[in-house]
Design a protein around this ligand. Structure first.
Ligand code: ADP
Ligand code: MG
Length: 232
């Protein structure tokens, strides 16, 4: 629990800083991107065009980092509504399946009857997509991502299990820290965003990992009426 508290504090601090500067940094990026695009079009020197394209790519990368950072920065939950998690998974499924196809992996759903959850749809979609993307990146071709929903007592559980390479125990503590990544081209923000979303939903994350694969469990509390909206 203490470790979790430290992680959340760190997330808050970095998040607040990000919120302050993100908008300001984005405006000049957009301006420069526009001019680069214009110059790139006007220039028919092949080599230069390649450089312009690269510069634009790098600016876009900076922009992505800012977007992902901004979502960790937002602390106040957006509109929460009582919704069916299975429906959200069903509508996302084609997106995840397309992502899986790109890495020659499979995705399967095993959804059971669960109670509706008080959630923000946009955030839960992002949570599922971020977790799915990490799972797919951890697997070699032929791997399988299994998405399940089920209830244990009053808890509603979403599990995302991959057959990937697993997470080394030494780094489990660092997961959720902004910018922590083991990937050459990673941003290290996907899980930071997930932890923020989970916290805003008063849910919890558990990770089960071995060299044969990793399972993320997201545990939601059952909705018990307006008075209990934020009961912890
Ligand atoms: P990124 O994907 O950009 O590296 P994330 O915050 O999404 O950033 O993930 C942080 C790190 O957590 C990854 O670099 C990876 O080492 C580890 N990780 C997350 N999910 C998985 C998974 N399903 N299997 C193996 N490693 C994972
Ligand atoms: Mg990721």
């Amino acid at each position: 629990l203490e470790k979790e508290m430290i992680r959340l504090d760190r997330l808050n601090m970095v998040g607040e800083m990000a919120a302050g500067i993100a908008h300001e940094v984005r405006n000049p990026l957009t301006t420069v991107r526009g001019f680069l695009q214009m110059l790139g079009k006007k220039n028919d020197n092949g080599k230069l065009q390649e450089y312009y394209a690269l510069m634009i790519e790098e600016l876009d990368r900076a922009n992505t980092i800012i977007s992902e950072f901004l979502s960790t920065a937002r602390n106040k939950p957006d509109k929460l509504e009582l919704e069916d998690l299975n429906t959200i998974i069903d509508t996302l499924f084609p997106l995840i399946a397309a992502d899986a196809m790109n890495s020659d992996c499979n995705v399967v759903r095993e959804l059971t009857n669960i109670s509706p959850i008080l959630l923000n749809q946009k955030e839960i979609r992002q949570l599922i997509l971020n977790l799915a993307h990490n799972s797919l990146e951890a697997m070699t071709p032929g791997g399988t991502l299994t998405i399940k929903t089920f209830m244990v007592g009053e808890e509603i559980i979403l599990s995302m299990a991959d057959t990937g390479k697993g997470i080394e125990t030494e780094i489990l503590d660092k997961l959720g820290t902004p910018f922590f990544t083991t990937k050459e081209n990673g941003t290290g923000l996907g899980l930071a965003v997930c932890y923020g979303i989970v916290r805003r939903h008063h849910a919890s994350i558990e990770i089960d990992t071995s060299p044969k694969g990793t399972t993320f469990y997201i545990k939601f509390k059952q909705f018990k009426g307006v008075d209990n909206e934020y009961a912890v």
